[in-house]
Design a protein around this ligand. Structure first.
Ligand code: CMP
Length: 140
């Protein structure tokens, strides 16, 4: 059956006006949006979301970037959602992202890389719960 993944359209893509095109590409690729919001991460919330990266060299740049402007957070459903969504967005570094992927089309660099996708079913569940109450996720 279907399962869920979590995505964020990051501040760079939002600021460039690419939100609509990215959402169109996501829905055209067979993902069903079951929750969606515009929000802005506080420094504390960004640090919590990216706690796993706190010892990385890019951590401070990542937090500064992710709090720099609004993001669009969403929950998506599809068969094989996590892996299919990671294929749709492409490699973390846009220089390595396959032709036609969201990062190939819209990312600026390895930090300002336009979009996030959960890397496992387990992390998808954690990330969904971080951003959405269960009653904000729509059944249809
Ligand atoms: P994402 O995979 O969504 O979540 C972790 C983020 O850290 C990643 O997207 C990039 O925005 C950033 N990131 C990951 N690897 C690097 C890197 N090598 N250099 C700079 N930023 C990175």
């Amino acid at each position: 059956g279907n399962n869920r993944t979590f995505t964020m359209i990051k501040p760079d893509a939002f600021a460039k006006g690419n939100t609509g095109a990215i959402i169109q590409k996501i829905t055209n690729s067979g993902f069903k949006i079951v929750a969606l919001k515009l929000t802005k991460l506080s420094p504390e919330r960004a640090a919590e979301f990216y706690a796993i990266h706190k010892d990385k060299s890019f951590y401070n740049n990542l937090i500064e970037f992710m709090i720099s402007g609004p993001i669009i957070a969403a929950v998506l459903e599809k068969k094989n959602a996590v892996d299919d969504f990671r294929a749709l967005i492409g490699a973390t570094n846009p220089e390595d992202a396959a032709e036609g992927t969201i990062r190939n089309l819209y990312a600026t660099n390895v930090t300002n890389n336009a979009i996030h996708g959960s890397d496992s079913d387990e992390n998808a569940a954690i990330e969904i719960a971080f951003h959405f109450k269960e009653e904000e996720i729509v059944t249809y």
